[in-house]
Design a protein around this ligand. Sequence first.
Ligand code: SF4
Ligand code: SF4
Length: 420
Amino acid sequence: MGPFADEAVRCIRCGFCNSVCPTTLTSIGYIPARTSRGRLVLLQSALEKGVPAPFTPRFKELINLCIGCLRCVSVCPARIPIPTVMSSYRYSYLKTQGSRGLMRGEQLLTHYESMVKSVSRLPPPLRQLILSRPILWIFKKVGGFADDAPIPTPEGGTLDKYFRENKPKPGHQIYAYFSDTFARFVRPSIGVSACELLEKAGIGLAYPRQYDSGVIYWELGLWDKVRELASQNVEALSEEVVKGRKILCTSPASTMMLRDVYPRVLDSMKSRLVASAVVDINELVASLVDSGKLQGSLNHVDCVIHSTCLSQHLHLTGQIVGAIETLGAHVVEVVSECCGSGGLWGLLRKNRGLSVEIGGKLVKRLKAGVTVLSYSETCSQQVESLTHGEIAVHLPHEALNYWLSKPATHPQAAHTSQAT
Ligand code: SF4
Ligand code: SF4
């Protein structure tokens, strides 16, 4: 069994996890085995009887109904790290099955970094050709992705190039920026807007050597790969911490990986040192607004903020809402609904129906014409896709950068900044 697997034995079968679990609160939730509580009961029974877990494709299908949103972690009275337990069983399953245990789309996702890195570096005409509808259609068919799945497509350029050409200003306080693969190769504008926003508060960003955070491998249960990437990142980032620098993350998945997962899988002094230096962009913005280092008037701003699953787990939503309200904006929070993307889980054809059912409840709470903020790249893509582009969704720091740079305007795609 994988580490953490036997935590399931402590389940008291209360069902509290069911009350917040996005995949349980759907039309399949009437089947006990397809609920969060049902999965724990199944594992607990197997552990108590001393029989090995039934490592069959059907078993994996049930385990994969946990999309790792972490909503249940704070309500479980037995303090079971439920998504980690599920990931641990995926790890055990893959140990017994080898790469046969991953479907084709999942295997493709394990090459995500190298794929987007290659596409981001292509000259624009070739990139447009690769990302054209017919080629994407073939990619989706072959990979087992849903026809309507919002596949992340690189906008062009890389953060490596941007930071080679844009050094921090003299006298600015330096943070080391861990961007992760999405901002690095898919949407470098996320990093550019962070850089522009923080510059207004006298903060410059250094861009250290770094590797993929490993969050996709974590979701899939490929823990050996997570350990390898964690170890490389911790080695590189600890050099920055020793220089007295904080590690800035602009993705909730990176914040979670560096702060929670790396110390768990490496259990080393260095991983704990790096974890203690991590600061999420929303935490930093909140402290800068609080201290008056980031100022401006957002009296004209009316927005809705979707409190994403990871933002809630990391206690980030309250901080960014507080910061935006302090600057004068009117903010409405949408807290209970999940977008249903589950990282890249909702892109797969076999999961798409459930993913759309979950996300549909969130979309009903959002209105076209109102600025929507959501701190997650995949949630933003999911909402834009489910509303066929009627609702544009912005990361909070991108919208703030836009508002504070161009007051009294709407943040059209906050993708306006381009890394060339
Ligand atoms: S992590 Fe999310 S999807 Fe998984 S069991 Fe908990 S609430 Fe359900
Ligand atoms: S909330 Fe925790 S203790 Fe209760 S059923 Fe879920 S896993 Fe078991």
